[in-house]
Each structure stands twice: as structure tokens, then as C-alpha cells.
Design a protein around this ligand. Structure first.
Ligand code: OFO
Length: 169
């Protein structure tokens, strides 16, 4: 049976993963209307990925005799100044998510809940990858600067950056 403290922390994480999914969805929609089709596809796919992170937590809680709480949807930020602004927001958000994951891992040790500790290791690895990907993309965008040709090529190639990241993970 899952302890109340752990249950609360995991349920909060469900909300955070759901919020992440909404944030990526809003970014995808912004990119799509700006004509950045490759970036939009990347961000739509990532919104789906965040939903799977949320579902994984729902299943884990329920399988361990807890009850997952499905939270209300928050409205994410809808407007961005540029693609660089989007990926800066992503990096900051993922750092925030990593801190939340680390807090849960710390709590599992305090509560001697080694099953949840083990389960959370997947999220620890995932966060390393998510932060790495956001930093790599931001570095590229910083290199491109205001160069429209560079941005065109970036938008064409961004989907393969995610594939490359997933295959090396
Ligand atoms: Fe769920 O990894 Fe990003 O937020």
C-alpha cells in the first residue's frame, strides 16, 4: 500500500506532467500558425510524450492500491516572441520538472519506499534527456540568430534531432 505522503507527491507530479503536455501543445499550435511546421510537429509529438509520462504515474499509483487524482487543465502560456523564446521556456520548465522529480526521489528515501524509488528512476533518466535536448536546441538557435535561411534549415531538421536523441538515450 502506498503511503499518503508519497501518494500526494505522485499526484502532484501527475498534474505537473499534464501541465507540461498542455504547455507543449500551446507551443506547437503557436509554431504551426507561424509556419514553423517542423517545430510544430516536434512540439505536438512532445505534448503526447508528456501525456504518457502522466499516464505512467496514474497506472503506477492505481496498481499500488492508491487512487490517482486527475487534475483540472490549466491554461498554459499561449504566446511567444520567437522560437528561441519557446525553447528557453522549455528548458526552464524542464529544470523545474527535474527539481520536482528529485524531491520525490528524496521523499521515497525518507519514507523507505524503495518500490516508488525504483519506479522514479525512469523519470530521473528522462529528465536528463529532456534537459539535454532543450539545451542542444537552444545552442543551435543561438548560433542561427536572426538568419532566416538558418531558421528554415533548423525547422526542417528539428524532428530528426528528437529521433537522434531518442535513439542515443
Ligand atoms: Fe515529463 O518530461 Fe518534460 O516535463
Amino acid at each position: 500500500m502506498i503511503k499518503d505522503k508519497i501518494l500526494d507527491a505522485l499526484n502532484k507530479q501527475i498534474k505537473l506532467e499534464g501541465d507540461s503536455s498542455q504547455l507543449y501543445l500551446a507551443m506547437a499550435s503557436w509554431a504551426e500558425v507561424k509556419g514553423l511546421e517542423g517545430s510544430a510537429n516536434f512540439l505536438y509529438a512532445h505534448a503526447d510524450e508528456e501525456r504518457t509520462h502522466m499516464l505512467k504515474l496514474v497506472k503506477f499509483i492505481n496498481e499500488r492500491g492508491g487512487k490517482a487524482f486527475v487534475p483540472q487543465i490549466e491554461e498554459p502560456k499561449q504566446d511567444f516572441a520567437s522560437l528561441k523564446d519557446v525553447f528557453t521556456a522549455i528548458l526552464n520548465h524542464e529544470i523545474f520538472v527535474s527539481e520536482s522529480i528529485n524531491d520525490i526521489v528524496g521523499l521515497t528515501l525518507e519514507e523507505r519506499d524503495y518500490t516508488t524509488h525504483n519506479f522514479m528512476q525512469w523519470y530521473v533518466s528522462e529528465q536528463i534527456e529532456e534537459e539535454r535536448l532543450a539545451r542542444t536546441i537552444l545552442d543551435k538557435l543561438n548560433m542561427i540568430g536572426e538568419d532566416k535561411g538558418g531558421l528554415y534549415l533548423f525547422d526542417r531538421d528539428i524532428v530528426s534531432m528528437d529521433v537522434a536523441a531518442n535513439t542515443t538515450a
